[in-house]
Write a protein that binds this ligand. Structure first.
Ligand code: NAD
Ligand code: ZN
Length: 336
């Protein structure tokens, strides 16, 4: 982080702002500032998903106008996916668009949220209800930022790493599940983050507007999102990556029930998820509620769920249909 100026020519910008939250800023703003030869404005908001709202969006825009930012300014988004999504949306709207840099500080945002150009906020109760496809001028990842990240947040990001292996790269899957996440050296972690970025970037490049192949990234997320939302209603909060881990187990089972995926690979996925310290089952949820949630998802029109499922470890297919009975049987696999 102290070498930002070596990576990007900051002289081309009239003004520079750093958007961050109260938990992150205190650790990393001093480090960034140490390496910069010029003034930066700080915009600090509260931490948490609830900040991805229209009021905070407006607050940041007002701040940019007050501080006389212009079209040649740069916004640096220093934080997790919340900061990246919110800041990228602000940058896309302020004076019809200014440059922005993603500096993700959670594992999830490093391997997932900062890649793929999707930015936005939640609106009228709809997650990511408004937003843009808006590419940043760059994504700068400093693995040292992970040292202050709580363990549960770290593992939640690791779930997406395992997903990348399952849908796109068998060798990578075997490597990332060969030890516990905390046992990887810093050097290994850098190579893991790099490979995950490559995988997500290559999938996104092949299908920027998510009409086809990009859907494979949704593996684990159809059931995962339903679990996440049902747990949200009960206040027994589950992190996104934890819900996705359980979703990956159920959806791999569904692939097996459909006859497109073998039992041996299903067991390997379960073992990998357990080794990573992530959950593979859930209690106090009914199959009926899960079905209702999935059918009301905005991605699933006409009462039909289209699945993204692995055909073997390292390769996935999308737009797969399954009968209600098979879906119920797959869900039973993860209910305690
Ligand atoms: N745009 C996309 O393609 C995309 C993809 C996946 C997820 N997302 C979005 O990302 C968001 C989730 O992102 P997230 O998991 O990074 O959560 P987050 O941004 O809420 O960060 C999680 C928590 O960790 C704290 N934190 C961040 N970095 C830290 C650090 N280095 N040390 C200590 N604490 C730190 C934050 O303050 C926050 O409390 C969701 O809103 C989701 O919709 C977007
Ligand atoms: Zn996800």
């Amino acid at each position: 982080l102290e070498k930002l100026e070596e990576v990007i020519d900051l002289n081309q910008y009239s003004k520079i702002g750093i958007l961050t939250d109260e938990l992150i800023g205190k650790h990393f703003i001093p480090i960034i500032k140490k390496g910069l030869k010029r003034e930066v404005s700080e915009i600090i908001i509260q931490s948490g998903e609830k900040e991805k709202n229209i009021e905070t969006f407006q607050y940041i825009l007002e701040k940019l106008f007050k501080e006389q930012f212009d079209r040649k300014s740069l916004l640096i988004n220093l934080g997790g996916g919340v900061i990246g999504d919110l800041g990228g949306f602000v940058a896309g709207c302020f004076m019809r668009g200014i440059s922005f840099l993603q500096v993700p500080t959670t594992l999830l945002s490093q391997v997932d949220a900062s890649i793929g150009d999707k930015v936005g906020i939640n609106f009228v109760g709809i997650k990511n209800g408004i937003g843009l496809f808006n590419p940043p001028v760059g994504v700068i990842i400093d693995v040292h930022t992970l040292s202050t990240l709580p363990r549960r947040e770290f593992l939640s990001g690791f779930s997406e790493i395992i997903k990348h292996g399952i849908i796109a790269d068998k060798k990578y899957f075997e490597f990332v599940t060969s030890k516990k996440p905390a046992e990887f050296s810093k050097k290994e972690l850098v190579s893991i983050i790099k490979r995950s970025c490559e995988i997500k970037a290559s999938i996104v490049e092949a299908d920027e507007k998510e009409t086809g192949f990009r859907k494979t990234l949704n593996f684990g997320h159809t059931i995962g999102h339903a679990i996440e939302e049902l747990k949200l209603e009960t206040n027994a909060l589950l992190h996104h990556g934890e819900a996705v881990a359980i979703g990956m187990v159920a959806e791999s089972k569904l692939a097996e029930l459909l006859g497109m995926f073998n039992k041996h690979d299903l067991e390997k996925i379960k073992k990998g998820i357990i080794r990573a310290g992530l959950p593979t089952s859930i209690s106090n949820i009914s199959t009926e509620k899960m079905m209702d949630k999935m059918l009301s998802d905005k991605k699933n029109r006409n009462g039909k769920i289209l699945w993204s499922l692995p055909e073997k470890i390292g390769s996935a297919k999308f737009n797969i249909e399954a009968s209600e009975q098979l879906i119920i049987n797959a869900i039973k696999q993860i209910l305690l």
